[in-house]
Design a protein around this ligand. Structure first.
Ligand SMILES: *Cc1c(COP(=O)(O)O)cnc(C)c1O
Length: 462
């Protein structure tokens, strides 16, 4: 029986002669059609073999071939609507660039530029010159270097300052950021010998002092981005470490994780130190991300004293970790916004979303509820908590508002799955057994799409 069915599966060559497939051959390259036909036949064969399909439908086969082909035209990397409320969502691409930064990327990526050309001298210049001045101006530091991301920045700092030497770090700061970035592993990769001091919860100045010897290359401070140690704890202040660093003539290096340049206290977020604070406390070399709280493109900033930065600028790794021109274009504009803090909060999406007040969010959520109501979708405005994300401020949440949506004949999990696969995908979450979209990360322009997608589900369920 199954053998008879399998024998009835059309042959590739016969299919290619059928009028429906011939039309496709006029639209798509032959190799693509051939591959879609083969995929269609494979899927059909498997469905017959494991009993999911009991017969061969020529129309279904053609339809599946057509859909493979139209899918193959879609880009794999695509925009999504973020309804999670997590502002710096690493899985969803972290920060969104400002309009001005996007325009700069467009212009620089689509034309020739003075990327490595000194226009005044008419000869070779340095790609690192474009944002160094701006970083030094904003942070009042001697020198700056930008590489591919903060992981690269940490690797370069350790390689340039402490290869073959010991790097002293507290046991409370042996961080794993997620995935494969673990401080001890990066140190090993940078050729340093990890010299752990103190304990998980308590490290004293004397622990650092006792560990310093002629093999010491640097003192390392790592920001506990995505965790907090609480209870009976002790962490040495940056000022104390800076004193030890000066006394022993060993550089003090800090991996700050997120590059926060503005105090977030006015927005209710405490305990996330700014880059300026660390530099003022006496850190010699500091690294941070471009696309976390800074709100710019993926990049790794290294700032601090020239005598150390010069070693990095000439290090062979720098070429391998170098930053792209699109990144530099976006970064220059993003950093420029920080010349005026009010401009920064207005233009940089990450900061704007952090700064949104609870009242604004409640009104905004009500606007979405009304918009959904116009399409007969039942929704309520509910209070929720949003997270900053991106390995920053792990213990603090921002009060926000969401719409909770109910659709007859769909469970919250089903709504979540269907919207996740919509075009464009809408990413929401389930809170107290209801599907919710947090307004903190939504844009008003996205309301009509959300309305359409949910209305389609309502219609399907009716
Ligand atoms: C996020 C983070 C990193 C990695 O930064 P990327 O820009 O993602 O490479 C390194 N160290 C700390 C402490 C971090 O929080």
């Amino acid at each position: 029986m199954i053998q008879t069915l399998l024998r009835q599966i059309p042959k590739v060559d016969d299919l290619l002669k059928r009028p429906e497939i011939e039309i496709l051959l006029n639209t798509y390259p032959r190799a693509l059609v051939l591959s879609a036909v083969r995929t269609g036949l494979d899927v059909l064969r498997k469905a017959l073999l494991d009993g999911r399909s009991k017969r061969i439908s020529y129309d279904d086969l053609v339809m599946s071939i057509q859909s493979y082909l139209s899918e193959s035209r879609e880009l794999h990397l695509r925009r999504v609507i973020n309804g999670t409320g997590i502002i710096v969502h690493t899985n969803l691409g972290r920060s969104q660039l400002s309009t001005e930064a996007l325009n700069a990327v467009r212009e620089i990526a689509g034309s020739y530029s003075n990327l490595e050309y000194d226009l005044e001298k008419g000869k070779r210049g340095s790609r690192y010159s474009h944002v160094e001045g701006l970083l030094c101006e904003l942070l009042e530091c001697e020198s700056a270097l930008v590489v591919n991301n903060n992981a690269a920045a940490v690797l370069l700092v350790l390689s340039a300052l402490a290869a073959g030497k010991e790097a002293i770090v507290s046991r409370g700061e042996l961080v794993e950021i997620g995935g494969s970035f673990r401080i001890p592993d990066v140190m090993q990769q940078g050729g340093c010998i990890l010299r752990e001091v103190g304990t998980t919860n308590r490290t004293h100045l004397r622990d650092y002092e006792d560990a310093v010897n002629e093999q010491t290359g640097l003192l390392l401070r790592v920001h506990p981005s995505n965790y907090r140690v609480c209870g009976f704890t002790k962490r040495v202040s940056l000022e104390e470490l800076a004193m030890l660093s000066r006394k022993s003539n060993i550089p003090l290096v800090e991996d700050m994780g997120s590059g926060l340049l503005l105090d977030l206290e006015p927005y209710g977020l405490r305990d996330e130190p700014t880059v300026q604070h660390s530099l003022a406390a006496g850190v010699d070399v500091l690294s941070f991300s471009g696309d976390k709280l800074l709100g710019g493109p993926q990049a790794g900033m290294i700032v601090g004293k020239s005598r150390y930065l010069d070693l990095m600028k000439t290090h062979p790794l720098t070429r391998a970790l170098r930053v792209d021109k699109m990144t530099l274009a976006a970064l220059e504009v993003t950093l420029g916004h920080y010349r005026d803090p009010a401009e920064a909060v207005k233009n940089i999406g990450t900061l704007r979303k952090i700064a949104m007040t609870s009242n604004e969010l409640e009104q905004y959520a009500d606007d979405l509820r009304v918009c959904l109501g116009e399409a007969a979708i039942s929704a309520d405005v509910v209070p929720v908590l949003s997270q900053v994300g991106g390995g920053a401020l792990p213990t603090q949440e921002l009060p926000s508002y969401a719409v909770a949506v109910d659709i007859p004949s769909f469970s919250p999990n089903q709504i979540e799955a269907r919207l996740r696969c919509a075009r464009p995908p809408i990413i929401g979450r389930i809170v107290k057994d209801r599907y919710i979209l947090d307004l903190r990360t939504l844009e008003r322009e996205e309301f009509p799409t959300i309305q359409q997608q949910l209305a389609a589900l309502v219609a399907e369920g009716a």
